[in-house]
Design a protein around this ligand. Sequence first.
Ligand code: AFP
Length: 311
Amino acid sequence: MENISDATKHFIDLRRHMWIAGIEVDLRRLIWQIAVTGKYISSKIQESNRKLAGLENIYGEEQLALDMSSDQIIKHQLEFSGFVSHYASEERDSIIQIGGGKGKYIVTADPLDGSSLVNTNLAIGTIIAIHRESILTGGDKSLVAAMYITYGPLITMIYSAGNGTHEFVLNREGEYVLSEENITLGERGDIYSIGGLRRDWTQGHLDYIRYLESEGYKLRYSGGFVPDINQILIKKGGIFTYPTLKSHPNGKLRLIFELQPMAFLMEQAGGMATDGRQRILSIQPKALDQRCPVYIGSKYEVEKAKAFLGD
Ligand code: AFP
């Protein structure tokens, strides 16, 4: 039986992983500080979930929505980091200057994506992107790192700083230890995760979905973007799509807060992400809250979607 020190010597924690990868020191520290907020947000979820308390808030005070309080946790953590000049969040109408505007990075957050699922006890998550340039120049010009934290049976964190896509799990000691390094998607998978109402789909999208079903793809859709994407990464293939809808031509998901970071992580894992025609990371955002259709996952399924949509 290995002794404890031998048993743990294989554990690579997040900071050591980033140091070995040669990531710039301020970026390493920033990614670490954001990962730490995951612990605070997770305890907020536990504390604020009324089902857990078994009763409404005993003081009757207005419970701040979880996504708002998660946003405040992240902002406060970044405010004093010294590395961040501006912060943008799905919970805010504009980009705000923080830390005196001196830091070298701009951070965007979807602080608690899937918050409408919290009382169902399904997994939800935090999505983060870290930019060096203005976030309105386009993902492939400004993005230097992306990460998401999944609040499920375990708290896991997936990150990339352009060094591949890697998964860490928060252990009992409160450390993020490496659980899967260099996640790499296969050419294709066997799961499809599809948003929007079938009656709202365009004909090209409907034909594409019927093709996947004829190929025997299995439906995996929770209504939470983070766990649905996480399943495709960990299962090494498949497709998530929230398409153009007749009622909403730009779909539902946000380009800057949700799609750019996930596209960065998926491409670093050998996958693809498009709006059905062009690469998500090549799209120059026109507005902070711009929505965009999305096809994201392994190459075969994304290319197939482009073919059905009349590439
Ligand atoms: P909420 O944050 O309002 O729960 O929305 C979650 C989400 O933005 C994304 O996480 C899901 O993929 C998508 O919406 C689910 O949308 P539908 O409820 O229309 O399926």
